[in-house]
Ligand binder design. Structure first.
Ligand code: BG6
Length: 492
């Protein structure tokens, strides 16, 4: 249920995430009348800004990041009237009492939902939580939202979780993976479990392999300082790609509940084939873009994108491809190929389930071509699904086979706008529903699986393979599948 009152505090309130995603999402939910009527939004940052100065910044951000047809003066004014700004430094606890005074300045302050959104570097998570506790701001209605990355390896993830866990109970901690808020990602669960025809085939008897691709055209942009310490494995694979893999591979939970889905995802993470040092060398590829053309526009290399911020000798990868397996009864022996990269030839997030060929060739003398059945799930852009089949080409002669497809496009099937992932997830935080957030054990299991890759890459003499911007990654990524007699399914 939606509470009647809420104080939504954003640490990093003037940062990119807040202005580009969080405040537009709160605005759009407010536009639909879904925010609790009595909601205040408190931006916290180190900027010397008063409430009006912050309102002006947020007004400009809404104008840039909300579609013009969704902007109305009364709705913008209503959101701006909810805003406050506090200038605080995580390391100067004395100033924090101003935050508590503000939160207490309402008659229902003990029951109003109290959200603390930490849109800041994870190294500040512990200090912020300690300060919140010290000023007495953590009550039963409080919840904390953590942006990824949660740490940069297993040990630091545990340390972050310990630090936050000393102040907040696990049920109060919401670890965001915004991929889980995407409409098409939630639809994956519905497709699998609200239908009957796929599930009997969703296993090693019928599935040849699974491919998960998250390709971006963007480079590292302004985020080089963060990205060069992270790289694609930490930035994308440890969270978004493994979460997608979990949703494809998990067993049906008894119902969609706050723990049931997460229990099943955890089992998948725990069943991933552990990587050994040799496995890393054999089954992973890391790449880094050089200068090239993206959509006909010349773009610089990763090193040039970083500019002076780049660490000399950095070996950060901007592309990862890997092969893994889910070692359980359902998936035994079925490869899962994952890849993600920046500055690739297209922007596309998609999952392809490739089925095995028919057990017996019924049309051995037919002409034409056949391809394996595939279910192509387009997460973005152009959300939808395409099932690839073989059909008989019309004609009086012999049988001539031809690949055809059944298509479902969200945009043409549904008229509603698909909400942004953050709209859904922020409302879940306000309502206190953690189903689409990562539990501590999931985050740590994902890091545990990724850790041997991090360790091996840190010590291996090999460097990331180069790929020109605007291509599908290094050739070694293609070889990873070719040696298994398979190939990447590009969007069609
Ligand atoms: C973020 C990563 O989590 O996801 C970014 O830090 C990446 O590097 C982004 O660009 C991709 O998200 P989306 O929703 O644009 O696919």
């Amino acid at each position: 249920a939606i509470p009647s009152a809420c104080d939504f505090t954003v640490f990093g309130g003037t940062g990119d995430l807040a202005l580009r995603k969080l405040l537009p999402a709160l605005y759009l939910r407010d536009l639909e009348g879904q925010l609790p009527a009595d909601t205040r939004i408190v931006g916290v940052s180190r900027a010397e800004l008063d409430d009006d100065g912050y309102r002006a910044e947020v007004r400009a951000a809404l104008t840039t990041h909300v579609a013009p047809e969704d902007l109305t003066d009364p709705a913008v004014d209503r959101l701006l009237a909810r805003l406050h700004h506090l200038t605080l430094d995580a390391h100067e606890p004395d100033e924090w009492h101003r935050l508590h005074a503000l939160l207490k300045d309402r008659p229902d302050h003990e029951t109003a939902a109290r959200v603390f959104y930490l849109a800041v570097a994870p190294s500040l998570f512990g200090a912020i939580c300690d300060n919140l506790e010290a000023i007495g701001a953590v009550n039963d209605a409080a919840r904390v939202v953590l942006e990824k990355p949660i740490g940069h390896d297993v040990a630091s993830a545990r340390a972050v979780n310990d630090a936050v866990g000393r102040v907040f109970a696990e049920s109060q901690i919401f670890r965001i993976d915004h991929y889980l808020g995407k409409e098409s990602v939630q639809n994956l669960l519905v497709t699998r479990f609200a239908n009957t025809f796929l599930e009997p085939m969703w296993n090693s008897h019928w599935v040849d392999h699974v491919q998960i691709t998250v390709a971006e055209e963007l480079g590292v942009g302004e985020r080089g300082g963060y990205y060069d310490h992270a790289g694609a494995l930490r930035d994308m694979v440890q969270n978004h790609l493994l979460q997608l893999l979990c949703l494809v591979a998990m067993e049906p939970p008894s119902h969609i509940g706050r723990e049931t889905v997460r229990d099943e995802k955890l089992k998948v993470l725990q069943a991933l084939k552990p990587m050994t040092a040799e496995g890393v060398d054999h089954d992973t590829v890391r790449g880094r873009y050089t200068a090239g053309l993206v959509d006909g526009v010349a773009v610089p290399s990763y090193a040039d994108d970083l500019g002076p911020e780049g660490a000399p000798g950095s070996r950060t990868e901007t592309f990862v491809a890997l092969r893994t397996e889910v070692q359980n009864w359902r998936w035994a022996g079925v490869p899962f190929y994952l890849r993600t990269g920046k500055r690739m030839d297209r922007r596309a997030s998609e999952i392809v389930v490739v089925f095995k060929p028919p057990p017996h060739a019924m049309f051995p003398h037919s002409e034409g071509t056949t391809e394996p059945n595939r279910l192509h799930i387009h997460i973005q852009p152009d959300e939808g699904m395409r099932l690839h089949l073989t059909a008989k080409e019309p004609g009086p002669g012999g049988i001539r086979l031809r690949p055809v497809s059944l298509d479902l496009s969200y945009a043409t099937t549904f008229e509603q706008r698909s909400p942004d992932a953050y709209e859904r997830l922020l409302m879940d935080v306000i309502k206190g529903n953690p189903t689409l957030f990562m539990r501590r054990d999931e985050v740590e299991a994902a890091w545990t699986w990724v850790q041997p890759i991090l360790t091996r890459w840190a010590t291996s003499p090999d460097r990331p393979k180069r790929y020109p911007a605007g291509t599908s990654g290094p050739t070694a990524a293609a070889t990873l599948l070719e040696r298994d007699g398979r190939s990447w399914q590009e969007s069609d």
